[in-house]
Design a binder for this molecule. Structure first.
Ligand SMILES: [Zn+2]
Length: 319
């Protein structure tokens, strides 16, 4: 028997009720977990690492883990930042995320990579030592904010990049500065099923085996059936399988409460029954709260549900 840990990204919100999901209701609410440590933002990298039992989490790591997930080569002395692209109105205020450009001519030693949608990564070779003097502003709640508010400081190269990306109709917000860091490998042989880049990066960071799943999109259009089947197959070969499902978080960012709930109901009807009937021990938790009213992540303790077969006592890896 294996453990399958199903992490539903951004599952909870102020109007989330377990009773709305019959299969989830059949699982036992074990406890509430502190997934966002003091001094950290409630975001998937930190929260998922906490769910996986990691205690010492370097603070400036997100861009690096995104780079791992996207197979982007990084050197130990690289500075890595996220670049999020937004459209601007006539007064230079952010309107909405826009697709990141495919290519971008940049000065020597700076490398640009487009990720999905509006996301990109910038790798600045031999700039790692600038990390502590940098000041950047994450694009949370950027709608209606002047692009100027997101101008970085503390690095002439970054300031120049911001200027180069600033056009009449769009801008790139540079943030999430990070440098390569190490974390102890996950203590068990483990497989990861996911469709989102950050979780691919987490798999590599913790030396878990990343299984390729066709049709895993990281959004509500993901192929839940195939993900579930791949998870069950992996559980035959690995003592621990992480199944990450991302769509509810994306729907919450789109401020679409209905879409979020409908997707959670789909998981409840199509994924959870198969997991619970598999004979494996099933853990289920959300990494953080994603509020579809304001489109933001929120800092809350998260319920941990347990179901399926029991393994001795119900000790979980979350402490
Ligand atoms: Zn999110």
């Amino acid at each position: 028997m294996s453990t399958i840990y199903c992490i539903i990204d951004g599952m909870t919100d102020p109007s989330f009720r377990t009773e709305d999901y019959p299969t989830l209701s059949s699982m036992r609410l074990d406890k509430y977990l502190e997934t966002t440590p003091e001094g950290y933002e409630p975001e998937s990298l930190t929260c998922i690492l906490r769910l996986l039992g990691v205690r010492d989490i370097p603070k400036k790591m997100r861009g690096y883990v995104e780079a791992l997930g996207a197979n982007i080569p990084v050197h130990p002395d690289d500075l890595i930042l996220r670049g999020s692209w937004f459209s601007l109105d006539g007064a230079g205020r952010c309107v909405a995320p826009v697709k990141a450009p495919k290519k971008w001519e940049l000065p020597a030693g700076v490398f640009y990579y487009r990720l999905e949608d509006y996301k990109s990564l910038l790798v600045l070779r031999q700039h790692a030592d600038e990390i502590d003097q940098l000041v950047t502003t994450p694009p949370y709640a950027s709608t209606g904010q002047p692009a100027e508010r997101f101008r970085p400081s503390g690095s002439s190269t970054l300031e120049e990049l911001y200027e180069m990306a600033l056009h009449k109709k769009k801008c790139m917000i540079l943030w999430g500065e990070s440098v390569p860091s190490r974390i102890a490998p996950f203590p068990e042989r483990a497989a990861v099923i996911c469709g989102t880049n950050i979780v691919r990066g987490i798999a590599k960071l913790l030396q878990m085996d990343l299984l390729h799943v066709k049709g895993a999109t990281g959004d509500v259009d993901t192929d839940l059936y195939t993900k579930t089947q791949e998870t069950l197959m992996a559980a035959k070969r690995y003592p621990f399988v992480l199944l990450h499902i991302n769509g509810a978080d994306e729907a919450a960012h789109r401020r679409d409460e209905k879409e979020k709930k409908a997707f959670l109901q789909k998981i409840d009807a199509e994924v959870l029954p198969a997991l619970l009937q598999s004979g494996h021990r099933i853990l289920l938790a959300s990494d953080h709260t994603s509020n579809p009213i304001n489109g933001q992540h929120e800092r809350d303790r998260q319920p941990l549900f347990i179901g399926g077969c029991k393994r001795g006592s119900d000790e979980s890896i979350n402490g």
